[in-house]
Design a protein around this ligand. Structure first.
Ligand SMILES: Cc1cc2nc3c(=O)[nH]c(=O)nc-3n(C[C@H](O)[C@H](O)[C@H](O)COP(=O)(O)O)c2cc1C
Length: 352
């Protein structure tokens, strides 16, 4: 049977990507809290104890989450949970509202199953997003991605992150400090030891926990090693690997490969899985694997590489609303094939 998304996708793909995103977002907002949400949940949720995971103090009904950027303002976490996702990371959120970069700022690379975006952290600001999330009762863990405001210098970044965290503290079950956004001024300077130390120290001082740090796939090995020392020093509860990449693999075939911004989707899948493995080998903190997860096999590779749970954004654009269900069903088959009793059993199976 043809899926509804197979019918809708050609129409959506004729629209500019940001317009298509807005339509889908609006649709999900409309069904949220209505009986249709229950119908969706029944259709898309895979309930199976083997999929349930524990990490950084949370219980995830399944290991497939929505990555930051899809629901920047925390408007549709319940609708996304109804699509069968096991958790949702909202944001990136900044202290004040931001308009982001000029449009167009999001590009499809269909030949490569990728996206390039330079949104520039457009969001409604922590004082709007925090209380909105605090009012919502969501069935799955909610993470809030906390980012640096535009025009804040690296010296002022710790206080800025703190302000944002304090405004969203009541709205999230866990928090992700985003120091790896390639699309906003000043971020590249944050991923060095001294800066990270100051930012994470300030957030810990404010009581931020569980706190995870999100890394770029472009970090050279010594910088990742530095970041992991900080993870260990502050006993961070987790690491999110990875954000988008500013690199452009030679294999890219889409005309939009020349656009500036962060590349996501299939072209970064292997690099981000490699970083998941590198991180999992060097710290006991759980890893959230993200980058190019589109199928059960992709998710399983990240889990075997050491990811406790995975997230996706680009896969949702290309595969549509049934993606979490398809990945969860596929994971169950892969676990059975390889003789694992649960997802947790398979975490890190490929680590030496
Ligand atoms: C349009 C768009 C906006 C994003 N916005 C954010 C963001 O605000 N904060 C963040 O940490 N990551 C952001 N990301 C990165 C994703 O969370 C994810 O790390 C990355 O896209 C790799 O996953 P994927 O290949 O499944 O898309 C964004 C990605 C896209 C495509």
């Amino acid at each position: 049977m043809t899926s509804p998304y197979a019918i809708a996708k050609p129409f959506l793909f004729r629209l500019p990507p940001e317009t298509a995103h807005r339509i889908v977002h609006r649709l999900l907002e409309t069904v949220q809290g209505t009986p249709i949400e229950t119908v969706l949940a029944r259709q898309y949720t895979v309930e199976d104890d083997r999929l349930a995971c524990q990490a950084f103090g949370q219980r995830f009904p399944n290991p497939v989450g929505v990555a930051a950027g899809f629901d920047k303002n925390g408007e549709i976490p319940c609708a996304l949970a109804a699509l069968g996702f096991g958790f949702v990371e909202v944001g990136g959120v900044t202290a004040e509202p931001q308009a982001g970069n000029e449009r167009p700022r999001m590009f499809r690379l269909p030949e490569d199953e990728g996206l390039i975006n330079r949104m520039g952290l457009n969001n409604q600001g922590a004082k709007t997003v925090g209380p909105r999330l605090a009012r919502k009762a969501v069935d799955v863990p909610i993470g809030v991605n906390v980012a640096k405001s535009e025009h804040v210098t690296p010296d002022d970044a710790p206080a800025d992150y703190r302000r944002t965290y304090e405004a969203v503290a009541d709205g999230g079950d866990f928090f992700v400090v985003n120091i790896s956004c390639p699309n906003s001024q000043g971020f590249e300077e944050l991923q060095n030891r001294g800066r990270m130390d100051a930012i994470i120290g300030e957030l810990r001082d404010a009581g931020a926990a569980p706190l995870l740090v999100k890394l770029s796939p472009d970090l050279p090995e010594p910088a990742v090693a530095d970041a992991l020392e900080i993870v260990n020093e502050f006993e961070l509860e987790g690491v999110v690997a990875t954000n988008t990449s500013t690199e452009r693999p030679a294999s890219l075939g889409s005309p939009h490969r020349i656009e500036d911004g962060g590349l996501s989707g299939a072209p970064i899948e292997s690099r981000s899985t490699e970083l998941v493995g590198y991180v999992a080998q060097r710290t006991d903190a759980p890893v959230v694997g993200v980058g190019g997860v589109s199928t059960a096999e992709d998710a399983y590779r990240k889990i075997r590489a050491g990811a406790s749970v995975v997230q996706l954004y680009t896969g949702l654009v290309y595969q549509g609303p049934a993606i979490a269900r398809e990945i969860n069903r596929g994971l169950l088959a892969l676990l059975e094939r390889d003789g694992f009793d649960s997802v947790a059993d398979a975490v890190g199976a490929d680590l030496q």
